[in-house]
Design a protein around this ligand. Structure first.
Ligand code: MN
Length: 454
């Protein structure tokens, strides 16, 4: 029998705290390593409430460091709940004020430029990003790779910031910080995972509870309130429509023949017996998006469609039976929508490599994007920005997919340039926040009855 030759740990190596003091014996938290001197932690909220680029960079470095060196429950020592409150309150106010479909005008910084060549030269590039799903390090790479939001570069995120990945909270907070810093240079749309139902099944709720402990319920509730404020869609330069899921039905109330002139009205519901027709941007503008879970029945169906629908290779509109909510829409609907609004491109997200594995006729998501419909007026594409997804997977064989983002350049913004990227390795080792072996690996077969639809 031989004795272990491992050296003993250096004395006092674990007593330093982030404030340079020492851990109290009463502190039940495990001690943590000293952060590098260049990090200004714990993060504090600026007295004047104005974030600047240094604050953002410090936040990025601090989240990167804490994700690699601290246990999840030590996050509040880096990002105190008071700072969380200030950030989320400020961002929520901004987001709630945005319309359901935000208009992005990349020329607006040069309103008086009469020379079109000059206007084009000074117009901003637009970057469209798909699902991120809590893969913080991959998002950090994407932002560096594409170039940070600036007067020359406007970002549109298509939602699904949280769930599945282990850093949904940091991911969402980082994006909120950018939003507060540059509200007109980054737009955050809602994904189907920004909801009470999805976050209770796919990990985000538990993640928040583990990270913020006795303040967890408060933090989770504030996140849900913020999710309710996220806009649903965007129109870029009058040419491109983006949304997480995609197109949506008309919910126009049509007087029934028999009850003509009466107050009773007939409404198109999500049922096979009713004829579905494509919704208009006017209807989208009027939809009530401030719901914890977009309803799958009743009259407020547009948010559920925009967040949950998928394209189909078959023509027409049909209920999305696989998901139990939202629609399937065919190339004819893509054409109808593009033509009606003189658009050239639809960029949606929502389908990762796992979802695409089960879809006949569609390309997989190995490259992080697919071109789904090519029609007379333009194209429909899917972009997915979480590489090596999902972070936790029950089978040994991984999809090893790349992530992608879309760059749209002036003056036309209608020719998508796809940038692919691989996952940042090694990904820090952490425990998942949901039972990834038992929870179905796609968003299908939802227990809709447990959704909060009021
Ligand atoms: Mn989705």
């Amino acid at each position: 029998m031989t004795l272990t030759t491992d050296p003993p740990p250096p004395p006092d190596s674990t007593t330093a705290t982030i404030n340079g003091g020492t851990t109290s014996d009463l502190n039940p938290e495990p001690p943590f390593p000293t952060p590098p001197e260049e990090l200004r932690v714990p993060i504090s909220w600026p007295e004047d409430g104005n974030l600047n680029i240094d604050w953002i960079h410090n936040l990025i470095s601090s989240f990167d460091w804490s994700s690699r060196n601290l246990s999840p429950s030590q996050l509040p020592s880096i990002f105190p709940v008071q700072v969380f409150d200030s950030l989320v309150l400020t961002a929520s106010k901004m987001l709630h004020k945005e319309p359901n479909c935000v208009t992005i005008d990349p020329f607006r910084n040069n309103p008086d430029s009469s020379d079109s060549a000059t206007a084009t030269a000074a117009a901003a590039t637009v970057v469209v990003v798909g699902d991120v799903h809590g893969q913080l390090h991959d998002l950090m790479f994407l932002l560096r790779d594409a170039g940070y939001p600036s007067e020359d570069r406007i970002f549109v995120f298509n939602g699904d910031y949280v769930d599945r990945g282990a850093w949904g909270l940091e991911t969402f907070l980082l994006l909120l910080a950018w939003k507060v810093f540059m509200p007109h240079n980054i737009y955050l749309l809602r994904g189907n995972h920004e909801s009470k139902y999805c976050t209770s099944v796919y990990g985000f709720e538990k993640e928040v509870m583990v990270k913020y402990g006795d303040k967890g319920k408060h933090v989770y509730r504030k996140c849900l309130m913020c999710f309710e404020g996220l806009p649903l869609a965007s129109i870029i330069a009058g040419r491109v429509y983006t949304a997480h899921g995609g197109l949506f039905r008309s919910v126009t109330v049509t007087p029934s023949k028999r009850l003509k002139g009466k107050k009773n009205r007939k409404i198109n519901l999500n049922s096979d017996s009713k004829i579905l027709s494509l919704g208009s941007l006017e209807e989208l503008a009027k939809a009530r998006r401030s719901v914890l879970d977009p309803p799958w029945e009743g009259t407020n169906l547009i948010p559920g469609d925009v967040l949950w629908s998928d394209p189909s290779k078959s023509p027409g509109l049909a209920p999305n039976k696989e998901r139990g909510i939202g629609l399937l829409w065919g190339p004819d609907c893509t054409e109808e929508f593009l033509k009606k609004y003189q658009l050239k491109l639809i960029i949606r997200s929502h389908e990762g490599p796992d979802a695409r594995e089960k879809r006949d006729g569609f390309d997989g998501m190995a490259e992080g994007y697919t071109i789904d419909h090519i029609v007379e007026s333009g194209k429909l594409v899917t972009v997915f920005s979480a590489p090596d997804y999902p972070q936790f997977q029950a089978t040994k064989e991984r999809y090893n997919n790349k992530g992608a983002y879309v760059v749209l350049e002036p003056p036309n913004y209608d020719n998508p340039i796809f940038h692919e990227f691989s996952a940042v390795t090694p990904r820090p080792k952490v425990n998942p926040y949901y039972d990834f072996e038992d929870v179905i690996d796609s968003d299908e077969e939802l227990d809709l009855t447990s959704m909060v639809t009021s």
